[in-house]
Design a protein around this ligand. Structure first.
Ligand code: UT7
Length: 333
């Protein structure tokens, strides 16, 4: 019997309307358009304003609607919805269930996973294993965040970086030689001090004091995270390239997490992959956390061809990181 693979059969995406420019940020903190472009590579990022909508499920519903427009599927056939996010609408219920209810995926069981910027590749890993078990045939993976809700816009170390956005993928079972081929997922929770939001969870439930201390904002030691992001993504990419006998010539696309253009450039230099094979859109959207990789796929979808060798890699809080090797599943329509 042929081996079952889980293959992406469609991509949807959405970014909110409001464009937060470097000049607007420079009006409130001591920074400049020039510094942000040179050190991070971002020109603008999208922000979900209350007048447009609220909660990450708002973005996810829009992304699913986009997916449905391009790739017709029956929402009632979706068996599971897995949502990678660090910014669910509420502590509970989960954002996957909220999204499924509003998009007609009422037969699916739904849950969120929290793996920060690695949310998409972790969720893909779970969905793939559900599918290759033979029990499930159609799963929606969503990855989105509204990190603007956790950002202190008086902190120049974090506020230029983050933006809001959401992407989604329809995964199906196939016996063709396409889909997810291999993956490496890793975590190290020994040093949460380098990148965290300490307030609002069970260790520091929300009180006036946690709010006064700013514990609900994202905080990072940028230099440590920067170095870790490069070395961990390079390690897992090299490992997956080696064990699948790939080379810069046979790789068609690399999609690195979009956290900082200098991180991306360093990773691709280490991998020796030419620039034209690398998807980069950080300039327009900033770091949208779990959404960066599916938002690249969303933009590059018309250029992807069936059988293309694609490497995805992410790094985020936790720390969490990993790499996925997949063969693209369809030609542009
Ligand atoms: O998605 C995963 C999570 N996040 C990341 O992967 C982000 C990883 N880190 C980074 O992207 C970068 O470390 C930052 C963008 C956060 C900072 O850039 P950097 O080039 O690493 O700056 P730095 O922290 O080494 O600071 C260099 C200087 C410092 O000034 P002094 O001490 O040399 O006088 C900072 O105070 O740049 C200063 N600085 C800024 N200057 C203007 C830091 N932020 C800014 C700013 N505008 N926004």
């Amino acid at each position: 019997m042929s081996k079952i693979h889980a293959v992406i059969k469609g991509i949807g995406g959405y970014v909110p309307n409001y464009r937060l420019t470097n000049d607007e940020i420079s009006a409130t903190v001591d920074t400049s358009d020039e510094w942000i472009l040179k050190r991070i590579g971002i020109k603008e990022r999208r922000i979900l304003k209350p007048e447009e909508g609220s909660g990450v499920s708002y973005l996810a519903i829009k992304a699913i609607e986009d997916l449905k427009k391009k790739h017709d599927f029956d929402p009632l056939e979706i068996e599971a919805v897995i949502f990678g996010t660090s910014t669910p609408d509420y502590i509970l219920p989960n954002a996957a269930a909220l999204t499924a209810a509003k998009t007609g995926m009422t037969n699916a069981f739904c849950f969120d996973i929290e793996a920060a910027c690695s949310g998409f590749i972790y969720a893909l890993e779970i969905a793939e294993n559900f599918i290759i078990s033979g029990k499930y045939k159609k799963i929606i993976v969503i990855a989105g965040d509204t990190l603007s809700k956790l950002t202190d816009y008086t902190d120049r170390n974090t506020c230029p970086i983050f933006g809001d956005g959401c992407g989604c993928a329809l995964l199906e079972a196939t016996t063709e030689d396409v889909g997810i081929i291999d993956s490496i997922m890793q975590s190290d929770g020994s040093s949460p001090e380098y990148l965290h939001v300490y307030g609002g969870g069970s260790a520091n439930p929300t009180t006036h004091e946690t709010v006064d201390k700013g514990l609900h904002y994202i905080w990072q030691d940028g230099r440590v995270v920067f170095k870790q992001a490069i070395s961990k993504m390079v390690d897992v990419c090299n490992e997956i390239i080696k064990r699948n006998h790939l080379s810069p010539d046979t790789i068609d696309w690399v999609i690195p997490h979009q956290a900082n253009l200098r991180i991306i450039e360093s990773v691709i230099n280490w991998l020796n992959v030419p620039h034209e094979k690398v998807m980069i859109n950080i300039e327009k959207y900033g770091n949208t956390s779990a959404a960066t990789i599916p938002l690249c796929l969303w933009e590059w979808e018309p250029k992807l061809r069936k059988g293309d060798n694609v490497i995805l890699s992410a790094f985020g809080a936790g720390f969490t990181w990993g790499a996925t090797y997949l063969k693209w599943g369809y030609d542009p329509q």
